[in-house]
Design a protein around this ligand. Structure first.
Ligand code: F0G
Length: 362
């Protein structure tokens, strides 16, 4: 790999627009907004690496972005381009994270955010974020796919920017995660594992890796392994799912907008899009928390659940460098954590003997 062609990392916290200006569709009129997105940690596994038999296993902690998910990378570009066009408002449909991110950047930039969400199917932390940032929230009696259809209809009729990943600027921003992984590893990984919902992210990562290869920042491209929840696996089944079901609410999507992008990433990389059950997702969620110290939301654990499934199924991983994308923070969905880890607190007296007894030290 030629060192001259490597991107020069910007100052820490400088944000995606500044750091990746030369690979993004920016002009002199694009405002240089940032909330400090990007530049997320790539941490090596301490336990699952051995269990999966990978040569090296890393987690890309996209949960460390300012609003707690990978969405910020794409949202910063989409909002900057909306401002460049003179838009005063943004709208998205969301299972939660996109709305949290859109609301944060809109608040920062003085735009009105509108979000359409499936009523009762979005994690409490995500809704709290959209509320806190002052978004106008419309909860519909329907799922994400209905919400996205309505968001497209509203933005066709009103001068409001649609900031779902059907907006090409979102994909452009999200591809920067691939550049970061390549910079950290000084080459592309052999395998990239990630959850798939609306399929924007797998599309974006693949584009990023292709561009890294074309720019000779990487000597090869990774195999892409995308994972859908078994009850919401339209790409795996080859047909839309009318009533998708999964504990991983972020990826409860029956008709992904970037379906073609996902199948292209799969086929061009020689990869797979496969299903993992809710049980496998929650098992990976627990293992990440308790064996790796990584608290993610259930959807984020789907990529790791998929890797574990592949390893158990005999996939050849020896000597391979594998990256799993941790797409969102566990703090987004505290109710799931309380349920999963069955926490019932019984207060004890505020005295040393009682505390020692409770700790099993008496
Ligand atoms: N992981 C998390 C935490 C997500 O929030 C999403 C998508 C995905 C994975 C899947 O990514 O859609 O690009 O395939 N969340 C969207 C939202 C749909 O509205 O926040 P994708």
């Amino acid at each position: 790999m030629s060192s001259q062609t490597r991107l020069t990392p910007g100052e820490a916290g400088g944000g995606v627009l500044r750091r990746y200006a030369d690979v993004l569709p920016l002009t002199d009129a694009t405002p240089a907004i940032t909330l400090g997105e990007g530049d997320t940690p790539l941490v090596r596994s301490v336990r699952l690496e051995k269990d999966t038999g990978c040569g090296a296993l890393y987690f890309k902690l996209e949960s460390c972005n300012p609003s707690g998910s990978f969405k910020d990378r794409g949202m910063v570009v989409a909002v900057a381009k909306a401002m460049e066009r003179g838009d005063k408002a943004v709208l998205c449909a969301s299972t939660g994270n996109t709305s949290a991110s859109a609301a944060a950047y809109a608040a920062r930039c003085g735009l009105q955010a509108y979000v359409i969400v499936p009523h009762g199917r979005i994690a409490a932390g995500k809704l709290a974020q959209a509320v806190a940032h002052g978004a106008c929230i419309v909860a519909i009696e329907g799922g994400f796919d209905d919400a996205l259809r309505l968001a497209r209809e509203v933005t066709d009729r009103h001068p409001i920017a649609l900031v779902n990943s059907v907006n090409p600027h979102r994909i452009e921003g999200q591809k920067t995660a691939s550049f970061e992984i390549v910079e950290s590893l000084e080459d592309a990984p052999d395998v990239l594992c990630l959850p798939v919902g609306n399929a924007g992210n797998i599309t974006a990562y693949w584009r990023g890796f292709v561009e890294c290869y074309q720019r000779e920042l990487a000597t090869h491209k990774p195999v892409m392994w995308g994972f859908q929840a078994a009850g919401a696996a339209p790409i795996v089944g080859g047909a839309p799912v009318a009533d998708p079901q999964t504990v991983a609410t972020a990826i409860r999507i029956g008709n992904p907008a970037s379906w073609t992008g996902a199948t292209m990433a799969r086929d061009e990389s020689g990869g797979e899009v496969l299903a993992v059950t809710d049980e496998q997702i929650l098992d990976a969620y627990r293992r990440l928390a308790q064996e790796e110290g990584i608290f993610c939301e259930p959807a984020s654990a789907a990529g790791v659940a998929g890797l574990l499934q592949q390893a158990n199924g005999g996939a050849e991983l020896a000597g391979k460098t594998v990256v799993c994308v941790i797409t969102g923070s566990g703090l987004k969905d505290p109710e799931r954590a309380m349920e999963e880890f069955a926490l019932e607190l019984e207060p004890v007296a505020a005295e040393l003997p009682a505390v020692e007894q409770e700790m099993g030290l008496a």
